[in-house]
Design a protein around this ligand. Sequence first.
Ligand code: 8YV
Length: 327
Amino acid sequence: PQKKPLVVVTRKLPDAIETRMMELFETRLNLDDRQMTKAELIEAVKVADILVPTITDRIDAAVLSQAGTNLKLIANFGTGVDHIDLATARQRSITVTNTPGVLTEDTADMTMALILSVPRRLAEGERLMRSGDWHGWSPTFMLGHRIWGKRLGIIGMGRIGQAVARRAKAFGMSIHYHNRKRVHPDIEHELEATYWESLDQMLARMDVMTVHCPHTPATFHLLSARRLKLMQPHSYLINTSRGEIVDENALTRMLQRKEIAGAGLDVFEHEPAVNPKLLEMDNVVLLPHLGSATLEGRVDMGEKVIVNIKTFADGHNPPDRVLASML
Ligand code: 8YV
């Protein structure tokens, strides 16, 4: 029988996934789940036939230049592949796959949770309860803002953007979006969505903005200081995609000056670091990159990784190949 490929997994995955991987492949696990150092990553790409990294592994040109000729597949555990140098991978004929689709609904749920939490002051209210400082109800106590009837602007109308739109529509928001291209007319019709060719114009007109595009060289600081300034003072910004898409320092300054009303952030420019000023603000809800963090989702992601590896090892094109168009 054919020799099983050596699969090196960089982080602890759900038990069921690790067990299945051990059955199918020669698998090297990371049992203590410590983030690999650069030296360990280089060691991994030197020996692996297949690498299974996550967002916390920076697979840059320096790492890839040390890869052995046997490294043929990077089967990423996650959808975003911005931590992998795709151009270098392609030069070295290394296939890259990801796990799209299975975390769409979970990420959209978390986005909706933030869209509700920030204007309705959910986290602030919870902190108040725990502090023991609640002295009773009054008609003007801790008023937030309703989302019903408000305009939601979605940047990036892919799977997750559309799943957010469906939820927000059910909450009575009107759906607006900016995307590289218009989505199919049937989808626009279903969501009653308005397409904005100009991101700048959309930013100036929305009540809530939410980001759902991938982080690529083209979207780095897409929400720059200049663009953030186009937002209205009563508006909110939600980000569950990648921190790098928003200029975090510019956003922080705007929040300090009350140039926008609040933000809900699940992702940050320099994770796990967060601009400390954000921690002081009541109108900001912060989450530690929990968008897709459900047990079910992680198992689904693991299963996708396994299918990609198995298909590739059997000599076929894996289903979730990351396209060169992502570059
Ligand atoms: C994960 C994600 O937390 O898939 C993504 O792009 O951001 C999250 O689902 C992480 O990427 C896993 O590697």
